[in-house]
Design a protein around this ligand. Sequence first.
Ligand SMILES: [Zn+2]
Ligand SMILES: [Zn+2]
Length: 399
Amino acid sequence: MKLQYLVVGFAVVAASCSGSKSATTTATTEAAVAGTTQHTFETDHFADDAIVGDVTTVDCTLNNGTTTKCAEATFTGYPSSYKVGPFCPDTITTPADKAGIWFDGNGLYDLDGPFVANLATFYNDTGWKLYDSNGKVNVTDTQAAFEGAARPDVDPTYQNYCVEGRLEWLPDGKPITSTVQIPLQPFAASSPSSAHPGNFGVTLDGVVIAEAAPVDAIMAAHTIASFDDCGGHYNARAGYHLHGAMGCGQLEEDPSVDDSAMFGYALDGYPIHLPLEGDALTTAKLDSCNGHSTAGLGYHYHANTAARNAVLPCLTGAFVTTEGAGGQPPGGGQGNGQPGTEAGAAPDLSDTAAKLGVQVHELEDALAGGPNSDLDAAAKLLGVTRAQLEAALPPRPVR
Ligand SMILES: [Zn+2]
Ligand SMILES: [Zn+2]
């Protein structure tokens, strides 16, 4: 992508939002909040192919103990409004429009050939050299290479690689769906969630909005976990997921509402809109989780700019955690969904991640098989022993 062509927040790509979703499952609650209308979960806002099957209304328990009604939907895990990729540049001269992007928490960069060629200078670290003597970039071009390079303890063979995945390398060569429960009526929590709620939500395109990518660990191995121009990439366990809001697949802007376009729902049921910048950001007076209330929309979030490598800092509302869902992902974790994990980590999982020295995101990915996941495989992915993993897991392990 060529970044100069991107006007974050006000781009013209619109999710197909024809409103043709099954009428029987319209999950809309209009909660009156202080004289305004709270915008809540609406199936019709999702792109036509974002949801597998019907959205159902289920009883659910939120992480603050509230029992309420949730919309339960299985998301495709693959964007319906745009084509995934490209990711890594082929050579050190590959132009920006033939490659993806990189963001490290400090900036957003075109991941073009010249950027890769300049890494040692850019990061002031002579350990970087992602290309060979012919200028060909080291790109993970086999499933084994992808899995070796993408795991938290990068296989030494794949240090100095640009990491990219492919759909065909996911289990069965298919997108990984996730079943998520989202409260029909949001409930403000007494305090914001930790910065690691598991995942933050889902896009209107049916893609999981993940926590910050662990760029410190990624870069410590001299790898670049490339993102496509929409801010997403593949993970062998979680499939395609989003780390940065780049303006893909959002709703068309509503001219009656003076705000940036919506592109997803947070797990607590509040809408997530595209980033605000400049004066708009200043006047918005966002809270610590990037939320604010407006007359037209009620409470909603604005994503960080992708450069920050965190779509949101935290969630202000209560949401369904793995524990809240009964300690088991709905759907039983039969391999087609990562529901429990995608629905947000229990606080216990943060402790486990801290004990193991890994990110909650990585831990969840490793345990993505839910109760049936293979602990040996998970331990290997995390670069720890099975004994260490078992010792660190909470008393009621989310396996
Ligand atoms: Zn990721
Ligand atoms: Zn707003």
